[in-house]
Design a protein around this ligand. Structure first.
Ligand code: FES
Length: 78
């Protein structure tokens, strides 16, 4: 199992429009916090999630959250 890279040790605060999103789990995307493809060649795949209505979200950038794709404060322990 490949380990994710730490993209940043803070969450990304976003105002999400309703829709489906693919959160980058590998840490290699250049479009954090979303997947843009470079997980190919690793054993890591993006995490799909939906926003049913416009909402503010704190998305994990350290890639170690236990509540992916959302921040759970794990970056404080890295
Ligand atoms: Fe990281 Fe796709 S680029 S999961």
């Amino acid at each position: 199992m490949d380990k994710p890279l730490i993209a940043a040790k803070n969450p990304a605060m976003l105002n999400l429009e309703p829709g489906e999103y693919y959160w980058c789990a590998c840490g290699r995307s250049s479009n954090q916090p979303f997947c843009d493809g470079p997980h190919h060649g690793t054993s890591i795949t993006p995490v799909a999630f939906k926003a049913d209505k416009g909402q503010q979200a704190f998305l994990c950038l350290c890639k170690h959250s236990s509540n992916k794709p959302f921040c759970d404060g794990s970056h404080n322990n890295l």
